[in-house]
Write a protein that binds this ligand. Structure first.
Ligand code: NZQ
Ligand code: ZN
Length: 388
């Protein structure tokens, strides 16, 4: 096991009607004036925005609001948010939504106290200061409610990049699984795929003797297979939604990833698909992950066979572990298909002739991708071709 530090100070408030506590929580974490940030309207339709305002009013917390965050959030609205927050003396960011809204809020939080362009943090500048963020989660997927990351697309060139730092972990996150019952099936399935992908990015490692985190990752993936199926067939099932929601956080606040090298090459390749074709992040991962595994398997067949046996219930073929490993990948792909996700680039509108552009964009100002398999341009191109 590698040396590590782990600092995860987010205060999680989980369960039915917990959004009603938001006013008191903002007060507890020192906010006086919040910027309520949200997406294209789901929080209005569900009544969440009104409930949040009522709770803030009751706690005497002032607010301004900024809606319109698009899925795979963009730099333009972040800049608008930074300006608004400065003009209005906002001292606390309050995103209501999924990963896109939370990440856009984190970007605004970074930009407000910084003299330069917020994008510097997405090009590797160390993250040191930010406004506090408290999130109300409406989609179980990204894990941004407990993560150190913010992923934003710069409209100048459409580069999707990540800023990260402990300070970006929200002060609190309110997680009411009932809020996720209004999700369209495509978004629920995208979330399930993303959560499993966050486990796989950590699971495929060359670090030895990481039994505890292996087992934690397997537990999250097994839970997602069971509860994912249940939520897809019974979308209002509270217990299924609750297990998925907490899995999303556990999969990505890094408790399952400490002490081991992690890969993330597939996530970096995915960034190009969601920006180019407008698919959800989860759908982009669904398209790529089985091809990445088929490519990467030769690096450590036994690890892939372990994944097949422990997560997908395959029987170990001791004479031919490669056969077991392949069977695990097939079962993963069948599950992804079963929940309604695409499994090829063509299904999301991609074409073979786009691949050189995807590769160039991925490597623009960002030479390093992947760890279990360090990706060169040639390897990335090969995996995109395999995923066609
Ligand atoms: O905009 P509204 O109207 O709210 O609709 C949203 C959006 O269209 C809708 N939605 C959300 N909650 C809903 C709902 N519709 C009905 N009922 C609800 N309760 O869902 C759509 C997608 O939302 P989005 O926030 O984009 O989805 P997700 O949570 O999957 O976030 C994806 C983003 O997170 C990034 C991805 O790259 C992508 O940009 N990630 C962030 C990470 C992090 N910060 O740690 C890690 C992840 O790997 C991921 O990369
Ligand atoms: Zn992800």
């Amino acid at each position: 096991m590698n040396n590590f530090t782990f600092y995860s100070p987010t205060y999680f408030v989980f369960g039915k009607e917990t959004e009603k506590q938001v006013g008191q929580l903002v007060k507890k974490y020192g906010g006086h004036k919040v910027l309520i940030h949200y997406g294209g309207g789901s929080v209005k339709r569900s009544g969440l925005l009104d409930r949040v305002k009522a709770s803030l009013d009751a706690a005497n917390i002032a607010y301004v609001e900024l809606g319109g965050v698009k899925a795979n959030p963009r730099s333009g609205l972040v800049r608008e948010g930074i300006e608004l927050a400065r003009k209005e003396n906002v001292d606390f960011m309050l995103p209501l939504g999924g990963g896109s809204v939370i990440d856009s809020s984190k970007a605004i939080a970074l930009g407000v106290p910084y003299d330069g362009d917020f994008w510097d943090f997405y090009c590797g500048k160390a993250v040191e200061a930010a406004l506090p963020v408290g999130a109300i989660v409406t989609l179980a997927a990204s894990g941004s409610e407990g993560s150190t990351d913010s992923v934003v697309t710069n409209e100048d060139g459409m580069y999707k990049r990540c800023a990260d730092g402990d300070i970006l972990r929200p002060k609190f996150s309110i997680m009411n699984p009932e809020l996720t019952t209004t999700l369209p099936p495509y978004q629920t399935a995208s979330g399930i795929t993303d959560i499993i992908a966050h486990c796989m990015e950590r699971y495929f490692t060359k670090t030895k003797d990481v039994e505890l985190t292996d087992r934690l990752l397997e537990a999250v993936m097994l839970t997602m297979i069971k509860e994912g199926r249940r939520a897809m067939t019974d979308p209002t099932n509270y217990e299924a939604r609750a297990n998925i929601m907490w899995s999303a956080t556990i999969a990505h606040n890094n408790i399952t990833g400490v002490g081991r090298d992690q890969d993330w090459g597939t996530h970096h390749m995915e960034n190009e698909l969601s920006t180019t074709y407008g698919c959800s992040h989860g759908a982009g991962l669904a398209v790529l992950f089985s091809s990445w595994m088929r490519y990467a398997m030769k690096e450590d067949v036994l690890r892939f066979a372990q994944f097949a046996v422990r997560v997908w219930g395959c029987e170990m073929d001791f004479q031919n572990p490669e056969k077991t490993a392949n069977e695990g990948i097939d079962r993963y792909e069948a599950f992804i298909k079963e929940i309604g996700m695409p499994i090829s680039i063509t299904e999301i509108g991609g074409k073979e002739e786009d691949i050189p552009k995807l590769v160039e964009s991925m490597f623009h100002g960002a030479p390093n991708h992947g760890n279990f398999i360090p990706l060169t341009k040639e390897i990335a191109s090969e995996i995109y071709h395999m995923a066609l």
